[in-house]
Design a protein around this ligand. Sequence first.
Ligand SMILES: [Zn+2]
Length: 253
Amino acid sequence: MTDVVLPEWCRLVRADNPGPMTLDGTNTYVLRTADGTVVIDPGPWLEEHFDHVLALGSVSLALITHHHADHCGGIELFRELTGGAPVLARDPAASGADAELPAHGERLDDLGLTVLDTPGHTADSVSFVADDGESVLLFSGDTVLGRGTTIVSHPDGDLGDYLASLELLRTAVPGDALLMPGHGPLRPRAADVVDEYVAHRQQRIEQVRDALGGGARTARDVVEVVYADVDPVLWPAAERTVEATLAYLRAAG
Ligand SMILES: [Zn+2]
């Protein structure tokens, strides 16, 4: 699936933190720009990983897609190793960042990078779009992964927000943008993956509705029916997404 040719200014460095939620590990992206080297999601506290990232150039800025530890848990060490490169996030306090990212739709200086607010997985989730005039790259964090599905991390995450964020990615990003997810393989057409995510989420909403109609009462009841074919190790995560779905259905009346 990784039949993706990256522009020479962008490199993927995958952290060695594989797991059920992180898939093959966290994807850290290293971008060479006119203003220096920019890192998207330095990743967890793994010094060897940071060594690999820093070997690609002296870092002038780090950007965080959301506050989960697999994306920014090592930020203090990373900052120290870079000699104090500034770190930006939508929620600086939760992410250990120095300052807040520019507003939704704004560009980051001369980087050719635009910030898109894409809440849902978490309240502070953002995506970045890079456009060099030839190719468009969508850095989607955990809003859209390279394979499988993501969670809506209730109560921080919100399903209504999440569906709106997928719709935004469908409409605001060219369909043939490369998908550069927070985990999993790169994908050649972001729009195809986003479409799959919308269809899957709608299907899950219907399944949750059916499970409630069938007598399920708690999120756990729903998980046991709807996620019966999913590895139980993922059930606690699924339960958070189901909680988000129940809140969404309640709000919809
Ligand atoms: Zn993650």
